[in-house]
Design a protein. Structure first.
Length: 331
């Protein structure tokens, strides 16, 4: 949202509005973080672009697997959690990526098992001392865990890394993810998430909670396995420069977060229990059910009332509506 410079939008009354820092500033502020589907139909965007590093970018992929059987298998799973969460605070703004734990239930005489997929991007080459030292640091912390894949490639730019395949070139359609929320019932629905600031990300409580959640596969096999995804793609305290916090309508929690954690679970109580680590969630990846009106705070914090006033000004009849969007509880 910081790189959004201008938006053209069709409002509920049918008029076309151009918004920017100099035109219709209130709507522009709302569009920069106020969630989708509730303001109008966007017809054009102007975005700020950034030069790629002349040396290119590195894509590093690391895949590890293990079992939860016996104390040794459980210890290795715990080791990976400690290693990863101990490693991330040492990375500067040249790094961004994802770590995903995928536990699987017992299958016959085998299991339960787990797989950890780590995908990171580094702004530079795979020969840079920073890349080599950080890669070695994580591998050393996970020594003894079985590594399935460890590969890194330097690309001239991110477009080259993501060239469309022949199949993708045949269509530009986006296939939506379908979920029948009438059948969700008392389960959490969607993907609960929490934004973690530096203190929360470094806490021993987060490590122990993460381990226990994934070990449900072992200790309570009748329940669904719980997966965790840590997205390390938020500037947080790692960046050398910040945009003015008041220039967008995202929550303060997004500004201060270093990690975005998603909890892959059907357990309402378990998903909610992770909210103790942060007051805010990512709007586009979050639970369908949240306690009472907590979604207002989790998405927008103190910005919600201002967003609601803008909603009432431009769409008083609430033509545009979506679940847990600004003004969604008005009707």
């Amino acid at each position: 949202v910081d790189n959004l410079l201008e938006v053209e939008i069709v409002l509920a009354n049918g008029s076309l509005l151009t918004t920017s820092e100099t035109q219709n500033q209130d709507m522009f502020w709302a569009l920069r973080g106020g969630g989708g589907s509730t303001w109008g139909v966007i017809t054009a965007l102007t975005l700020r672009t950034h030069e790629m590093p002349p040396s290119g970018v590195v894509q590093w992929s690391l895949v590890l697997v293990g079992t939860m059987s016996g104390n040794g298998g459980e210890a290795q799973l715990n080791q990976t959690v400690d290693a990863y969460l101990g490693w991330t605070p040492s990375l500067d703004e040249r790094w961004s990526g994802l770590a995903e734990w995928m536990p699987a239930p017992k299958n016959g005489s085998a299991g339960p098992t787990w797989e950890l997929v780590i995908n990171y991007v580094y702004l530079g080459t795979n020969k840079d001392p920073e890349f080599l030292s950080q890669r070695e640091k994580l591998l050393q912390a996970m020594a003894g865990v079985y590594v399935v894949a460890d590969a890194n490639v330097t690309f001239a730019n991110w477009w080259q890394r993501n060239l469309p395949t022949q199949a993708e070139g045949q269509t530009d359609a986006i296939n939506p993810y379908k979920m029948d929320f009438k059948k969700v019932g008392n389960t959490i629905g969607g993907i609960p998430s929490v934004l973690l600031n530096d203190t929360a990300a470094r806490s021993n409580e987060l490590r122990e909670k993460s381990k226990a959640a994934m070990l449900i596969c072992k200790h309570s096999p009748e329940q669904h396995c719980t997966g965790l995804q840590f997205y390390h793609d938020i500037p947080g305290t790692r960046t050398s420069s910040h945009f003015p916090a008041e220039s967008t309508s995202i929550s303060a929690g997004f500004r201060n977060a270093n990690l975005h954690l998603e909890i892959i679970t059907f357990d309402y109580a378990l998903g909610n229990s992770f909210y103790a680590f942060g007051d805010h969630s990512y709007f586009s990846e979050s639970a369908y059910h949240m306690p009472a009106d907590s979604w207002k705070q989790r998405y927008w914090g103190q910005n919600y009332e201002r967003l609601l006033a803008i909603k009432e000004r431009y769409d008083p009849d609430h033509m545009f509506w979506c679940h847990h969007c600004v003004g969604s509880d008005a009707q």
